[in-house]
Design a protein around this ligand. Structure first.
Ligand SMILES: *Cc1c(COP(=O)(O)O)cnc(C)c1O
Length: 396
């Protein structure tokens, strides 16, 4: 078999969407899918949202791209909006999550460099983390499937057990720059950190002058019912990476930082050709205008509660398959007693889209605009599919 024109790095399924309408995707032959995956937590406003379409069309017809060598009224406006809504004083725009994490890592190292402590260059990271696919971000995890065959990896990362504060305290040494952590591990299996853990990391950072770097690429932008998940932990980071949902489907990410944390990021230290171009800024502004309101965030929390309790009610009816639900807001995971990847594949054949994660978890990541009827439809169809499902012999 010759290699496919698309580099064959994905196990692409039979689902071949050509159109999207709200919470549904439509395939090549007109088949409809209930999309509770949202492009992996990306399409916050569902598909074909009129405000997002309008903003992108208008900006595309006005000015699509200019260099970062020029002033950016569009970038300044979105950066101001983000700094007003969050802990941050300053923002660097990227095109992806991995680039946002890269910028966060560079910002943390430069902070200590600028403070005269260049030896403080090691980030402590956590088991089963997912931070992206670049060399630095695969060096920041212990997941073998992400790292295998890409040696030599980058130095400066120490991976310890997630949610273990004692291990974190013990790992801090003279070369520690800070912690890089997902408040809720996504790809690793929808595992929320405990409040004690994140508060403990914050306290360690305060005590030793370290950078608390949060990777909210998946859990950020209203997904958990607050604009960022850290708000629910009662702490603030020094640096935060955001992406996925922030463009609503347009490629956009950002690295947010306090003034103190960004003290090393002076002229010439970082850059990006596309990062923050006017078209991306229009998409980001349209998304934030919708999701960053108290009413919308309350809607996400209400839908998260409904979905979670409907799933919890359904699970005992299929207790040979499902163990329980975990997560926050509309970032939920169903822990399975069997292979979650095989089950997610089967759900696709039943017209239901979810995403597999580590630890045999099915990720349930609907667009944030879902209504109660979508919650009911999803849980009814999931339950019917579970009743019909024959656990493959290899996965039992
Ligand atoms: C998806 C993801 C990334 C990487 O984002 P890309 O846009 O694919 O580069 C980084 N961190 C987390 C937590 C993610 O879920």
């Amino acid at each position: 078999m010759p290699i496919t024109p698309l580099m064959p790095v994905y196990p692409r399924s039979e689902v071949r969407p050509v159109k999207g309408e709200g919470v549904y995707l439509i395939g090549e032959s007109g088949e409809r899918y209930l999309d509770f995956a949202s492009g992996i937590a990306v399409n916050l406003l569902g598909h074909s949202h009129p405000q997002l379409i309008e903003a992108i069309q208008r900006q595309a017809a006005t000015l699509m791209h200019v260099s970062n060598l020029y002033g950016s009224p569009q970038g300044e406006a979105l950066a101001r909006q983000l700094t007003e809504l969050t802990f941050a004083d300053t923002v660097f725009f990227t095109n992806s999550g991995a680039e946002a994490v890269e910028c966060a890592i560079k910002t943390a190292r430069r902070y200590h460099h600028a403070a005269g402590n260049p030896h403080k260059n090691e980030l402590i990271t956590f088991s089963n983390a997912f931070h992206g696919r670049t060399m630095a971000t695969i060096s920041a995890t212990d997941q073998v499937k992400l790292r295998d065959g890409f040696a030599p990896l980058l130095e400066g990362f120490t991976v310890i057990e997630f949610d273990n504060l004692e291990a974190a305290r013990a790992a801090v040494g003279p070369s520690t720059a800070g912690f890089l952590v997902e408040p809720i591990q996504g790809e690793g299996g929808v595992r929320p950190a405990s409040p004690e853990f994140l508060r403990g990391l914050r306290a360690l950072c305060d005590e030793h002058d370290l950078m608390l770097v949060l990777d909210e690429v998946q859990c950020g932008v209203a997904r958990t019912g607050t604009l960022y998940a850290y708000e629910q932990y009662g702490i603030e980071p020094d640096i935060l990476a955001t992406a996925k949902g922030i463009g609503g489907g347009f490629p956009l990410g950002a690295c947010l930082a306090t003034e103190k944390a960004a003290s090393g990021m002076v002229i010439g230290t970082h850059g990006s050709t596309y990062g923050g171009n006017p078209l991306a800024m229009a998409a980001g502004t349209a998304v934030l205008d919708v999701v960053a309101t108290p009413e919308f965030l309350a809607h996400v929390r209400a839908m998260g509660d409904r979905l979670r309790s409907a799933l919890e009610q359904m699970i005992p009816n299929h207790d040979h398959l499902f163990e329980g639900v975990r997560g926050l807001g509309l970032m939920l995971g169903i822990k399975m007693k069997t292979d979650s990847r095989a089950f997610v594949g089967y759900l696709r054949t039943q017209g239901i889209l979810t995403v597999a994660a580590g630890d045999n978890v099915v990720r349930v990541l609907p667009p944030l605009i879902i209504e109660e009827a979508h919650v009911r439809e999803f849980v009814d169809r999931l339950s019917a599919a579970a009743a019909e499902y024959d656990v493959p012999a290899a996965a039992a």
